[in-house]
Design a protein around this ligand. Sequence first.
Ligand SMILES: [Zn+2]
Length: 219
Amino acid sequence: MNLQIALNALRTLLFPLRANCMGCGAATGCREDWICPACRQALTEGWVGASPPPEGIDAAAFAYVYHGAAVGLVSRLKYGGVYRLAGFMGGDMARAYRFIHPTGADCVTCVPMHPKRLTRRGYNHAALLARELAARVDLPFVELLERVRDTPQQAKLEDDARRSNMSGAFRGLEAARGRRVLLVDDVCTTGSTATACARALRAAGAGAVCLVCYAKARG
Ligand SMILES: [Zn+2]
């Protein structure tokens, strides 16, 4: 167990999971739920469903606009070590996937994290979401991609830099040959990460590639 995982476990013990809203951090109103009624309402209003796919992707669906409560949820899953949020968020991603279900994926995979970053952070939040989604849509989760280049965090880059940042960052694994893939990530901003993953999957012999993310940046 590395230090990050140990600290996260300690934080979970000290601060019970549902004492605060996982969307806005408010201290009241969400004992029975992960989020408070106001965040629930905001998420409902930000529902997306099927959406025009990024380049190289056959179909795409997103649960929510990346705004307000959705930002809080992604952040607490990604940096706060609240692993169990993946189940809550994966349920909404499964609902979004049903809008593109006819694309007929036969497995679920996720945007991989570079091994160095994985060691530092202790877990890949996209893999947690992908496993939860896979279980809900009755498809196997399979690792089909590896990150061959550690890239600066996308969140810190401008659009053009995001695209060049991602080029050549991924390699498709042998297991991708002949698969129809449902690719999962937390947030889609320009789509450049998904496009680079799709290119790597196809180079490894995959057929269709569709995409489900928890949230989509306004664009
Ligand atoms: Zn809230």
